[in-house]
Structures are given as structure tokens and as C-alpha cells.
Design a binder for this molecule. Structure first.
Ligand code: DWN
Length: 418
């Protein structure tokens, strides 16, 4: 079901240093469908280790990908903010990278086709690669051509036989989920055309550390990247970084644009890349001591949130949550918050509703529940979408409902206008 990863997946170094142990937790997206499953839940160690050679942080274990992704409950299209993000990404690629040319755009781990829909709207030819059967089926039903498999060399070869080289390959929020990154990039080299571009978006480790986003550490996220690490990895695979952009989505993401070494069509933003590298160095991102502080901050948030919830409960007040996100489920389990303290979690994903959150066993409900049975406090577990969630729950705040936001620090929001 899982194996222990004893060496760095980028550089092979065996001298890895553990710095954060979040205990044994269930898989964040393994929602419980029937209450009878509660007694059979599986728990996995959640430990982060640091490679002093290339500065990669990675989990100490790797859970079998088929367990995590053959059926995937997370639908990226649920959030309006993410739709807007995908639209801007497609427009940026269309105008700056493809320079107005119509291209063949392949998205790896295309989920429900959110990004590809935006490329399609700009008249590009699209193909999704998606390992989850349920998501591949869903995106095909909306008219997005999708190949149902994991990305690897074999998949790249099959796509090349049936289609053509790709002008653009995107992989947003998938790179961190991949164990064998070397084979992943060998696949990119097979499918990417000589003048094409490979664009990734990944959570940025500098932001995770800066904002105490320890809840984004769970079994799906095998690696936590810095530019230094990505540069080493890409250079091993004939890819050069052209540009890097920092984006607010998902608590702090970096977009990295790469091309094959032989491709000189687009200029390199050397100054911009060096700025990232200098900042990482200046912020101590190449020093294990910086990472050890994450454990201290995570414990601080755990104790603050636990005592806040205990105090609220002592006053006989009710608390619910918004967003059965993977990070939210991780936060609840790490902070030892369960169904005795929280009435329910609202999530707009129909597939998550009527399930129970793994570990904490809190029922997941639709937005209707917030109208029918409003709590005194709403803990926003999907804090990365706090603005969007607050704006769609105006009725709750107008009736005196309060919000708790847990990250980067525990904050209470009360609105005086009743
Ligand atoms: O890398 C990953 C990221 C990008 O997405 C994955 N490993 C899994 C997933 O992580 P997550 O579940 O923590 O992602 P989100 O996007 O923060 O999850 C938000 C949750 O909140 C979803 O379940 C949808 C829900 N939601 C909602 O119900 N109504 C979100 C918004 C904005 C809303 O309006």
C-alpha cells in the first residue's frame, strides 16, 4: 500500500533529515461513504524530510498512486476563483507563448477539464490526460478529449502515435503528486515539440514556510518545491527555465515556464530567475533550521485552534466548517478536531456531500444546511478561497454568523452589520 522513500527523488541523496512529523493520518481525499466503513479506516505516517543537497522537501513514504487517484473526488471546477485563474493561464499561454498561433495543448492530470475548456474557448486543439476514471468520463461528457491513464513514458508514446507532438504541455498542481519525476520528464521530452513549452504550477515551498501552511502537507503531496530544486531537476532533462511567476492561488503557487535547450524562440528572464534564487537563499530556504520552525508554528496553531473551539463549545455555541478540502481534512486530523466539536462541513462538490470526513468523521453537507441550521461560527477550511466563500455566505454573516480562518494564523471575523 505504501513504501518508504529513502533517497531524494531529485538528486538521489540518502542523507535525508526529518523535520516535521504530523503523526498517522488517513488519506485526505478518502471520504467515508458509509458509516460502517469508519472502523476500517487506514492510517499512514505523515513525515517530511529535507535533502541538504538539492533542498527538496519530500514525504518519507509514497502511497500507491492507484489508491489515491483511480477514483478522485476533488473537482477543480467547483471554485470560481480557480476558473478565473485557468482563464488567465490559457490567455497568457495563447498570447505570450503561442503568440496567437493555434496550438495542440495537452494538460496532464486534467481533472474535470477546467483548464482545457479555457484553451478550447480560444480555439486550441486540446487533450487531457487524467488517471481518475470518474473525472476522465466527466470531462469527455463535456466535450474535452481525455485519455484515461497516468502520465509516463508509455502514455507519451501512445499519445504521440495517435496525435502529434504537443505545442504546449501544462501540469498544474500535479508535479508535487508524482513519485518518479525523472520518468515524468522523459515523457515530456517525447511528446513536446522542439519549439513547444512545458508549463507547471506547483505550491511554492517558500510560501508554505512563510505562511505556516502545514495543512497542505498530506499524502498526495510527495514533494515541496523551490526554484533551486526545480532548476536542478529540469537541467537533468534537457529543459531550461524561461520564466517564473508567483501567483496567489492555493495559498502561493509558482508557475514555471520551460522549453527544450535547443529552443531559442523565446527569451530567458535571467534576472527574474536569479531574483527567486537569491530570495530563497536570503530567506534561509537552503538551511534545515528554517524548516524546523514549521513544527513549532504548526503546534502553535494546533493549540490555539483547539482552545478556541473548546471555549466556544463551553459557551454552548455551535461550529461548522466550509470546504471539505484535502488541506482542511488534514488540519482537522492534526488538530484533533472531530464530530463531537463540529456539526458539519459544507462543500459544494456534490460527490463529497453525504460522506463523512476521514478521521474526524464529520458529516459533509450541501450549502442548504447552512441556511437550515446556521452555526455561530464557520471555520473556513478552504482558507485559500476565503474571499469567495465569505461572499457566497453573505446571508450567514448578515445574520450575525462569525468566521474562523486558521492559516497563516488563527483569526476571528465578526461582522457588526446584522
Ligand atoms: O493539489 C491539490 C489541490 C490543488 O487541490 C490536491 N492534492 C487536492 C486539492 O486540494 P484541496 O482539496 O485542499 O483543494 P481546494 O481547492 O482548496 O479545496 C477546496 C474545497 O472547498 C473543495 O472541496 C471545494 C470546496 N469549495 C466549495 O465547496 N465551495 C470551494 C469553494 C471556493 C466554494 O465556493
Amino acid at each position: 500500500m505504501f513504501y518508504e522513500k529513502k533517497s531524494c527523488r531529485i538528486c538521489g541523496n540518502k542523507g535525508l533529515i526529518p523535520y516535521l512529523d504530523m503523526g498517522n493520518t488517513p488519506l485526505a481525499n478518502s471520504l467515508i461513504v458509509r458509516s460502517s466503513e469508519i472502523n476500517n479506516e487506514k492510517y499512514f505516517p505523515l513525515v517530511v524530510v529535507y535533502c541538504p543537497t538539492c533542498s527538496l522537501s519530500q514525504l518519507s513514504i509514497v502511497v500507491e498512486p492507484s489508491i489515491l487517484y483511480n477514483h478522485y473526488i476533488y473537482h477543480s471546477s467547483i471554485s470560481k476563483t480557480f476558473h478565473e485563474h485557468c482563464k488567465q493561464l490559457a490567455e497568457y499561454i495563447s498570447s505570450i507563448i503561442l503568440k496567437g498561433k493555434i496550438g495542440f495543448c495537452v494538460d496532464i492530470a486534467s481533472n474535470d477539464g477546467c483548464l482545457l475548456t479555457k484553451f478550447k474557448n480560444l480555439s486550441h486543439k486540446v487533450l487531457g490526460i487524467e488517471p481518475a476514471k470518474n473525472l476522465a468520463k466527466l470531462s469527455i461528457s463535456t466535450g474535452i478529449d481525455t485519455y484515461n491513464d497516468f502520465w509516463n513514458k508509455k502514455t507519451a508514446e501512445k499519445i504521440l502515435q495517435s496525435y502529434s507532438h504537443a505545442d504546449i504541455i501544462t501540469s498544474t498542481n500535479v508535479f508535487a503528486h508524482v513519485d518518479n519525476l525523472h520518468e515524468f520528464l522523459e515523457g515530456i521530452n517525447i511528446l513536446l515539440s522542439e519549439d513547444g513549452a512545458f508549463i507547471i504550477e506547483v505550491p511554492y515551498m517558500s510560501e508554505l514556510i512563510k505562511k505556516n501552511e502545514f495543512d497542505t502537507i498530506y499524502h498526495e503531496h510527495l514533494s515541496y518545491f523551490l526554484i533551486k530544486t526545480l532548476k536542478i531537476l529540469f537541467e537533468k532533462h534537457n529543459l531550461k527555465i524561461l520564466d517564473i511567476q508567483k501567483l496567489p492561488i492555493h495559498g502561493g503557487t509558482i508557475r514555471v515556464i520551460t522549453v527544450k535547450y535547443s529552443n531559442n524562440n523565446l527569451s530567458i528572464n535571467k534576472k527574474g530567475i536569479d531574483k527567486f534564487l537569491n530570495e530563497e537563499d536570503n530567506n534561509g530556504m537552503y538551511d534545515i533550521h528554517t524548516y524546523k520552525n514549521l513544527d513549532i508554528y504548526a503546534k502553535k496553531i494546533k493549540s490555539e485552534i483547539f482552545s478556541l473551539i473548546t471555549n466556544i463549545k463551553r459557551q454552548n455555541k455551535r461550529i461548522s466548517c466550509y470546504g471539505a478540502s484535502a488541506k482542511g481534512i488534514t488540519l482537522l486530523n492534526y488538530c484533533k478536531i472531530n464530530y463531537r466539536m463540529i456539526d458539519y462541513i459544507i462543500d459544494d462538490t456534490p460527490q463529497k456531500q453525504n460522506c463523512f470526513a476521514p478521521g474526524s468523521h464529520i458529516p459533509i453537507c450541501s450549502l442548504k444546511k447552512l441556511l437550515e441550521s446556521p452555526p455561530d461560527y464557520l471555520l473556513i477550511l478552504a482558507w485559500n478561497f476565503a474571499e469567495e466563500i465569505m461572499s457566497k455566505t453573505k446571508f450567514y454573516q448578515n445574520n450575525g454568523g462569525k468566521y474562523i480562518i486558521p492559516i497563516p494564523e488563527v483569526r476571528l471575523y465578526e461582522y457588526s452589520s446584522k
